[in-house]
Design a protein around this ligand. Structure first.
Ligand code: MRU
Length: 374
């Protein structure tokens, strides 16, 4: 199969900004469609440097998702949709039937990159619906429609995040200490975020909030990305080791927890970054409300409970090494699940783009895919 020309005429194009003024006045869009290429922030390099990658090759997008250069449930859905649009451009000279086969195969590759976040499969399914539309006349028309669909998915995600922020901010009081885990901010979405959107919106409303970010081992999304986002917005944030969260609650510093989600089952069980479940247990022990913020694209109505959610297990080196430095002895066995499942009984409420929902989630949130106000 012919590979498309790369914008840099070789490997993927990279643009790097180093140093202490990170973010000020620079392009911090998580992911962008450039007309015939995709530009995304390589999140593995943050906060040391802000590096943008550009590619016309959907295979690079699949690799970026696998390597967590682009990550976070909604963002990988957007990336996969744009990847499918790139595949469509690459194959536009084929006849319609071959075109459909090649683009569907690219969609399969993108869909196979990470198993837990349902937003990925949701975005791929939405793109495939366009690809399979019997009314499609030729590949040219398919390219136009697939590109428009990918852009719509990206644009809609921005809007969903804003709505989550608006709804969720009503749960945050002036003077709250709000703890979050992993990164559920603008970097994990097209823009603004889910859990972080709630905190950002509360701050925008003038509430005085003390933000806390778990470092989030093994890959430190909290330490590297969440603190970066807060500081970019000029919001003070306190970083803590995951294991210090219960102590911060015991001291009364943390009065609310807000996390994102990768998949929510019909009974309200929530898959999110590993470490979320122990955080919910600690919150229950201390009487701290535990909120989950997610768009409707994170709901999986096909699964009755969290036990059915596929949990990604990643390479042992993510645990034995920290930022490329070996910290564990050679020969050690490793358990490295990327996500865990928090039982819905530990979840105080789920904040979505359509409002705030409490249990029983099957009858509130899942009554239709967007749910009804609880
Ligand atoms: O492995 P990651 O970094 O993709 O995990 C991300 C998370 O667990 C987020 O909390 C979740 O995707 C919600 S993002 C709005």
């Amino acid at each position: 199969m012919a590979r498309p020309a790369d914008p840099a005429g070789g490997g993927r194009r990279e643009e790097t900004h180093h140093g202490g003024d990170m973010g000020t006045g620079r392009n911090t869009r998580t992911i962008e469609w450039l007309g015939d290429a995709v530009r995304l922030i390589d999140q593995t390099r943050l906060p040391r440097e802000l590096v943008h990658k550009e590619t016309r090759d959907y295979r690079d997008i699949a690799e970026s998702i696998r390597r967590l250069e682009v990550r976070g449930a909604p963002a990988i859905g957007v990336a996969a949709a744009m990847g499918i649009a790139l595949a469509a451009l690459e194959h536009k000279a084929l006849g319609l039937s071959r075109f459909r086969t090649e683009v569907a195969s690219a969609a399969g590759l993108l869909n196979s990159t990470r198993p837990t976040a349902v937003n990925l499969g949701w975005a791929v399914a939405r793109m495939l619906e366009v690809l399979r539309d019997p009314a499609l006349g030729d590949p040219g028309e398919a390219v136009r429609r697939l590109t428009a669909e990918a852009l719509a998915i990206c644009e809609e995600d921005r809007e969903l995040s804003r709505r989550i922020g608006e709804h969720g901010a009503s749960l945050i009081d002036d003077g709250d200490g709000v703890l979050t885990h992993c990164n559920a901010g603008g970097l994990a979405t097209a823009e603004y975020g889910t859990a972080l959107a709630v905190i950002f919106a509360a701050v925008e409303q003038g509430k005085k909030i003390r933000a806390f970010a778990d470092e989030t081992r093994p890959l430190l999304q909290g330490a590297r990305l969440t603190t970066w986002e807060f500081l970019q917005k000029g919001i003070d944030v306190t970083l803590l080791c995951d294991s210090a969260a219960a102590s911060a609650m015991a001291r009364g510093w943390v009065t609310k927890v807000v996390v994102g989600a990768d998949r929510i089952a019909r009974n309200g069980d929530v898959a999110n970054k590993v470490g979320t479940f122990p955080l919910a247990l600690a919150a229950r022990e201390h009487g701290v409300p535990f909120y989950v913020a997610a768009p409707f694209t994170t709901l999986d109505a096909s699964l009755g409970s969290g036990a059915l959610i596929p949990i990604e297990e990643r390479d042992a080196s993510e645990v034995t090494d920290i930022q490329g430095v070996r910290v564990a002895p050679r020969g050690v066995s490793v358990y490295n699940p990327a996500f865990d499942v928090t039982p819905s009984r530990l979840v105080t409420a789920i904040i979505t783009d359509a409002g705030i929902f409490a249990a029983p989630y099957e009858e509130t949130l899942f009554r239709d895919r967007r749910g009804l106000e609880a």
